[in-house]
Ligand binder design. Sequence first.
Ligand SMILES: *[C@@H]1O[C@H](CO)[C@@H](O)[C@H](O)[C@H]1NC(C)=O
Ligand SMILES: *[C@@H]1O[C@H](CO)[C@@H](O)[C@H](O)[C@H]1NC(C)=O
Ligand SMILES: *[C@@H]1O[C@H](CO)[C@@H](O)[C@H](O)[C@H]1NC(C)=O
Ligand SMILES: *[C@@H]1O[C@H](CO)[C@@H](O)[C@H](O)[C@H]1NC(C)=O
Ligand SMILES: *[C@@H]1O[C@H](CO)[C@@H](O)[C@H](O)[C@H]1NC(C)=O
Length: 699
Amino acid sequence: MIQLGKYLTFIMILLFCGAIETRSNLTFDEFFDYTEFPTISFSPNGQYLLFETYRAAWDSNSYESKLWLYDIQTQKKTVITKNLGGFLNPKWSPSGNWIALTKTENLATHINLGAHDYRRSTASDQKSQQYIYFYSVLSDELVPIAIGTETASFVTWSENDSSLYFVITKPPLMDEEKEKPEHEHEWNDVIEYRQRVKSLTSTILRLDIDDNDPRLSTKINTIKNVDFLIGELLFTSSERKLILTSNSPLVEDLADFEIYSIDLEEPFKLSRLTNNQAFEQRLQLSNDGKHVLYQQYTRTPIDTGFNDTQRRLFSFDLVNGSIEHLAKDFIGNIVGHAIDFDGSLLIRGQVGTEVQIYRQQSPTEQSNYITGWTGTYEQIKLSSKTTRSVAFVYSSFERPKEVYLTNDINELQSAYPITNENQLFSDREMPRAKVYNWKNDEDNAIIEGILHYPPHKFEAKNLPLLILIHGGPYDASINAFEANWYNWAPLAASNDWLVLEPNYCGSTGYGDQFVDQIRRQPLSRPGRDILAAVDRLVMDGIVDPNRLAVGGYSYGGFMTNWLIAQTTRFNAALSGAGSLEHVSAWGTMDLPLIFTHLFGGFPWVVPHLYQNQSAIYQLDHVRTPTHIITGEGDVRVDADQSYILERALHTLGIPVKLLLFPKEGHDLSNNPWHGKIKVREELKWLRKYGHQSWFPKKQ
Ligand SMILES: *[C@@H]1O[C@H](CO)[C@@H](O)[C@H](O)[C@H]1NC(C)=O
Ligand SMILES: *[C@@H]1O[C@H](CO)[C@@H](O)[C@H](O)[C@H]1NC(C)=O
Ligand SMILES: *[C@@H]1O[C@H](CO)[C@@H](O)[C@H](O)[C@H]1NC(C)=O
Ligand SMILES: *[C@@H]1O[C@H](CO)[C@@H](O)[C@H](O)[C@H]1NC(C)=O
Ligand SMILES: *[C@@H]1O[C@H](CO)[C@@H](O)[C@H](O)[C@H]1NC(C)=O
């Protein structure tokens, strides 16, 4: 018996040790099987939570999304429909009996419709029948209603289930009533550029249906044609108005971005509500429908002081037209908002690397922090006054994204997950991360960043370093669990790199002044911030100075191109969609206004700055083998920039490789394989060049 006892103990020790050892490292393939939750919304009576899951569908070279209905009482969830592509903002009908949805097989081209279409020839496009779908909560049926050959977007229900409003974008080039140009038949497929840009206009339509069964009777009425693209659309029943934003595929003039209303009583009169040098986005109605809340931020070529360079929250009074600045005291970046059952304001605010929830009881009061878990609250939705549920999507460095529920917004920490889509990531030995600070002595600024350590090597010393630089520049690396081709720090750490994500000057979450200071030194100042981090990490013994690599996408690509021209310290570089010569980048990109803001003027006003900050003129200093990738159809940072970099490095005899992804824009969202191949090849490049210097260093 004694012997058996010993034997059992022995087995238990083995099992115990086994339990510690069984958490295996995340594999490359597993990393790309992360699930996102693009939308969550409560039914009007609060009985159901609707949510969408979105993940790569490798067999079909696409993404698959599913819509789920979660019953709050029974805690049961069911998939109500699935689709290759995505659902565009599913909308509950006022009674909660129907969910209206539009879907697309290709999210990339839909989201960037304007951005893509102003350059691309549409002459040969096949026109196919488009639909708005009605999901019946009562009968679990999906009813398609044909709406013509243009895609519907921004669906918003009227006061009852009998009608809804939606928007279509239609270039008047197709318009039969338009005056025909001379020699019309000879023009054929020729694009007149500026006319094409201007020609992207919108039509608001109303779809009347039989609310017992939309198949029984449908009628489509044109409400209004407007001579701009619409960015958002909301119906307010108390004011009987449609509220909308104007938008443009080219960000050249802030006057193209304003809020408008259409009065449904006064035969569809269009009024402009804002008139300012700012972008307005993410409209939301107050509980009484008499105010519209919106986020606003400015980017002007001239100096305005450093006001509102981060996202701010405003409220427009639809009755008397007054505008109020909400949560004025909040120092960070406001990324989301919701209205509590008592009418008080809830904001999701980014401060440093955290995105937390704050409450402002009334417009004149201070905003107060609501204690939550450290990390990132990605969305927040409240149900009805009677059910009082709160749902959010949450993640942190060590907890993958899931949807959570709680009955009390003030008890955020008592929330429980209702999904389990990313369990795999909890079962793996994930890298641990922490916030790290350093000082840029030259500018006397404290800069913050995130360190991701390889598994089992938390706070180890003398590690090889990969600096992974975020895009924007008006963005930040945060305490969230991200796993995709853009945010792949955990994967690089799992491949034995210490990863630093620096929140360089220009990043949000550190006050308006920190954002503003990047102006007129858009590459050199962040460059100094980042190189100061390398010095500090080496000085602290954390990093091996002979094994340094750098990479980033978009503005992170700009910075990568800049940094390899400033120092030969990096053994390897990963450049993604980065600008190298900023005059041509300004001239070809869809956001030229951002450049005139960053440089403080047009190229002919401050030519010395455009030249001083362009890496192309300093490329003879480069010794770093560089891997380059770009989407072939990128209208944000034209692929030309990557060709220029490739040619220059090739000419200089520096190892270089350029990968082009066909049918991809700036967000590489068309085919999930492209992002996966990007990261796979970048990891190979790091293995090949990252661990030793490619050229013989003097000394
Ligand atoms: C829905 O609202 C419209 C406009 O107020 C009204 O004409 C219609 O009768 C309503 N339908 C139902 C079913 O209540
Ligand atoms: C910026 O803020 C300051 C102080 O709050 C104010 O005096 C100034 O008018 C603001 N500037 C702009 C352009 O709004
Ligand atoms: C508009 O109405 C609100 C609330 O009723 C009030 O506080 C505000 O002063 C009014 N503004 C104007 C310009 O009348
Ligand atoms: C997991 O990764 C760490 C760090 O890269 C490595 O040291 C360890 O050997 C790996 N474990 C397994 C089981 O592969
Ligand atoms: C850019 O401007 C700074 C400040 O005037 C100067 O020190 C630096 O040498 C310039 N760099 C180049 C490449 O012209």
